[in-house]
Design a binder for this molecule. Sequence first.
Ligand SMILES: O=C(CO)[C@@H](O)[C@H](O)COP(=O)(O)O
Ligand SMILES: [Fe+2]
Length: 215
Amino acid sequence: MIKISPSILSADFVNLERDIARVSSADMLHVDVMDGCFVPNLTIGVPVVQSIRKCTDLFLDVHLMIDKPVRYVEAFAQAGADLLSVHLEADHPTRIREALRQMDRCGVKKAVALRPITKAEAVLPYLEELDLVLVMTVEPGFGGQAFLEEQLETVSQVRALIDRYHPACRLEVDGGVNAKTAPRVVAAGADTLVAGSAVYGAADPAAAIAALRGE
Ligand SMILES: O=C(CO)[C@@H](O)[C@H](O)COP(=O)(O)O
Ligand SMILES: [Fe+2]
């Protein structure tokens, strides 16, 4: 079953509660956390996640685009995140492992994320303990960018690794997903789609979510 995770990066932050309510038919809510170092943009921090937690029951899918994410795992977990994604490029492998251990201790679901430059095989040392792998199909940092076609190959490769080593793991694709690209992303093996501009740029976000699910 395809799950849709609307990215609130494309929401109106002045009316965040209203815009979160507009996507209540989604399966989860994607929260893009950026630190101005790992990516050239600053967005949401721990207090905002805390506030979001109070105004929705949606599963909070928190995408950490920050250097050395192990420093903030506990804080985001306590703020109410249900799943945390840490980028494999954001720290040394030993500290990525430590971040995953912290997620275990905090009781949140575990994911690793791949920038477009990172090869699919990079997930292998972690795959068997993951709940989700996130493949970026744009350079992380901003919403509304064009889908990187060449990333379809990485999506297929990660799908093959998941099928072989850990079929229960979900495969999320993030960046430039819309009604045109979604069917190709799903054909390549994704089962979870992040969409910011395609959902919040639509006149009817609920209809956009249904279209992305292929309904
Ligand atoms: O993580 C990111 C960007 O770094 C994404 O989650 C974007 O927010 C997705 O936006 P669209 O490409 O769907 O507009
Ligand atoms: Fe994201």
